[in-house]
Design a protein around this ligand. Structure first.
Ligand code: GLU
Length: 415
């Protein structure tokens, strides 16, 4: 991962947008910084009886459009600047999808792979104990992100419910089905990305049947993306990778086998009978579609010029630096930017909130159809703006998303 500060990237992207939209300086300054940040210290009783102290953050970036919304990451390299950037991107994501929600993000510096289930539960509950006065359905609604799961959401919901003396399902999303989760939430990020891919393929005249796909990152988003690209469109997944390495077969991979090996040995790199490749090599393969579904800053000015894919799907948040964006745009690569491409997760989170409030559960088909409508409409509003301003898809997405937040900021009399 390149050594680039993600919050500086997010601010630079906003600055470019402010120039296109000719934003007032007061509004621009307001949108350049988070409105509120919590820095918390979480003591956790470990299994051996000792107490370990963890550091966590919750950044509530902007709530002009509604309660702040965004996931919580558990990651050993988490930094407050990463959380700030992710919270900013959540603000633009919710706005772009037309959701009545602001943007936020949380993080805890920890390595969940080294924690027992009991330690993980106590850490999850401890995080809620530290921030609960500032969260809730009308304030700030967390969700899963890197290395956090539906089970963790269930513990957090339960802790918040105990602290508030209520059964507050709507305080968090991405929960398991029987405690207020929504059908279709598990694969929502990948499925939403597929709807944008379908629209992009129509626009560019790409036949998705047998189109070759490389996927960097085989976690929740990347793994579902492999299956959906194959099952919905007949794409051929030729390469996948995770943090420990990748595999490649130009004739197509057995993605079921890769999943099994990943579950059993924790990495796809142990699949046999295929070529082993590194993460950087995967990005530069001669494929039609490149899906980046891992972490920030993987496409930079160092490798952007060597990318051969026609379409890039950013299922991860912040995978491409601003310099790399320019190079890709110049080379005619159609990049579907993160806060459009991966917005399916928060969109179904929003559906989950609505179902929690109304206590009426929707069917999987209803969720898919409503998700498709929102993703397709967002894709076309971004495509339209990119043609209108003659800018890349990321800048176009910014113009649509920021304009709505600016309107709300002005209507509320904040600037
Ligand atoms: N963590 C996901 C994202 O980055 C989902 C957020 C949510 O559902 O609130 O979009």
């Amino acid at each position: 991962m390149a050594d680039v500060n993600p919050f500086k990237v997010a601010q630079k992207q906003l600055d470019d947008c402010a120039e296109i939209l000719k934003l007032d300086s007061s509004v621009h300054q307001l949108l350049r910084q988070p409105m509120r940040e919590l820095h918390v210290t979480i003591p956790v009783r470990m299994d051996d009886g000792s107490v370990k102290v963890f550091q966590g953050f919750r950044v509530q970036y902007n709530n002009a459009l509604g309660p702040t919304k965004g996931g919580i990451r558990f990651h050993p390299e988490e930094t407050v600047d990463t959380v700030r950037a992710l919270a900013a991107w959540m603000t633009w994501k919710c706005s772009l999808l037309g959701l009545p929600l602001g943007g936020g993000k949380g993080g805890v510096i920890c390595n969940p792979k080294e924690l027992s289930q009991g330690e993980l539960e106590r850490l999850s509950r401890g995080y809620v104990d530290a921030i609960w006065q500032f969260m809730g359905p009308e304030k700030d609604v967390p969700a899963p992100d890197v290395y956090t799961t539906p089970q963790i959401m269930a513990w957090m919901m339960d802790e918040f419910s105990k602290l508030t003396g209520s059964n507050s399902f709507g305080c968090i999303t991405g929960k398991p089905l029987c405690v207020g989760g929504s059908c279709g939430r598990n694969d929502a990020t990948a499925r939403g990305g597929m709807f944008t891919l379908r629209e992009a393929a129509k626009e560019l005249g790409i036949n998705l049947k047998n189109a070759t796909v490389a996927i960097q990152g085989y976690g929740n988003a990347g793994c579902y993306a492999a299956f959906l690209a194959r099952d919905l469109f007949g794409c051929k997944v030729v390469a996948i990778s995770d943090s420990k390495g990748g595999i490649y077969n130009e004739n197509g991979l057995d993605i079921e086998a890769a999943c099994t090996i990943k579950t059993e040995t924790s990495t796809v790199a142990n699949v046999t009978g295929v070529k082993r490749i590194s993460n950087p090599e995967l990005l530069e393969l001669p494929v039609d579609i490149l899906i980046v579904a891992a972490l920030e800053n993987v496409i930079t000015n160092e490798n952007a010029a060597r990318i051969k894919a026609k379409v890039i799907l950013e299922l991860a948040n912040g995978p491409t630096t601003p310099e790399a964006d320019e190079i890709l745009f110049k080379n005619g690569v159609h990049l579907i930017p993160d806060f459009l491409c991966n917005a399916g997760g928060v969109t179904v989170s929003y559906f989950e909130m609505v179902q929690n409030i109304t206590r009426y559960a929707w069917t999987t088909e209803e969720v898919y159809q409503k998700l498709d409508e929102r993703m397709t409409s967002a894709y076309h509003s971004v495509l339209g703006a990119s043609k209108q301003y003659n800018v890349n898809m990321r800048k176009a997405a910014y113009t649509v998303a920021v304009s709505r937040v600016v309107e709300a900021v002005k209507l509320r009399g904040w600037a």
